[in-house]
Write a new protein. Structure first.
Length: 267
């Protein structure tokens, strides 16, 4: 199984527009200015491509979806998993239409009932098409999946586990065989923890260094959870410009790294 991290940034991306507007005067570690010449400091919104048995599964359609597909030359998609319904994880959905123009190329999408319902509200023209179709409408087949209920996609067992994030009731992390992917989380319920125990690879939310964010894990929280789950290897994602991947690596144990856009993992 090959994993490609298409985006590792928070909802504003890195550099965030608001930082550019002030000429980077308040950038905590000069990350945004360094991003001009170091691509590892540039972080698109969080998404991952999973390649298994000749098939390609996308996790989330971010507002950067189009540029991510062009950058990484993704020429087909076979399924899409959604973690949750926040804008930075769904609002690239309109651009998915080249992958599913026709009924014959209808693309299955998966998410919690909360997430699928939000997609149907936000993209009503896709799921309740008007008579006049204009430039084309994606052909999507939505599937509601339940927490802890295994899903077999192309020979890969995928299990959604509910996590707490921003008051949502249907925010999922996913276990994909020996890999865990949790992009957005504040707390992990006790009943979810066994699902993510003893992974070969854990890809985990780490918003910033400073503690006590209302809806996300910060560094100390992320390290504590990764340690509790006994992940053999952990990559941190969903990062703001507060994190300098080189300078702050000294804060991490040897089996933990800050991820970057374009990172490929063979598992």
């Amino acid at each position: 199984m090959k994993l490609t991290l298409l985006g590792t940034g928070t909802s504003n991306g890195v550099p965030p527009v608001y930082c550019m507007m002030t000429d980077y005067q308040h950038c905590p570690q000069n990350v945004c200015r360094e991003a001009e010449h170091d691509p590892k400091h540039r972080r698109a919104r969080c998404s991952m491509l999973v390649e298994v048995n000749g098939k390609q599964i996308l996790i989330d359609t971010t507002p950067d979806f189009r540029s991510q597909m062009l950058t990484y030359q993704v020429k087909k998609l076979d399924a899409v998993l959604f973690t949750h319904c926040h804008a930075d994880h769904i609002y690239g959905l309109a651009d998915i239409r080249p992958y599913c123009w026709t009924p014959e190329t209808a693309l299955p999408i998966y998410g919690s009932d909360e997430t699928i319902s939000a997609l149907k509200r936000s993209f009503r023209y896709i799921f309740t098409p008007p008579d006049t179709r204009g430039g084309g409408i994606p052909n999507l087949t939505p599937h509601v999946i339940a927490e802890q209920s295994p899903l077999d996609l192309f020979g890969l067992e995928i299990v959604p586990g509910r996590v707490e994030h921003g008051g949502l009731q249907g925010c999922f992390g996913y276990r994909l065989g020996p890999v865990g992917y949790i992009s957005d989380i504040k707390q992990m319920p006790a009943e979810t923890k066994p699902l993510f125990q003893d992974l070969d690879v854990l890809i985990l939310n780490c918003l910033r260094i400073a503690p006590d964010h209302a809806t996300h894990l910060s560094l100390a929280d992320s390290l504590a959870l990764a340690d509790e789950l006994r992940a053999k290897r952990c990559y941190l994602i969903h990062m703001t410009h507060d994190i300098h991947y080189q300078k702050d690596q000294a804060l991490l144990p040897n089996h933990v790294s800050f991820a970057f856009d374009g990172l490929c993992l063979q598992v």
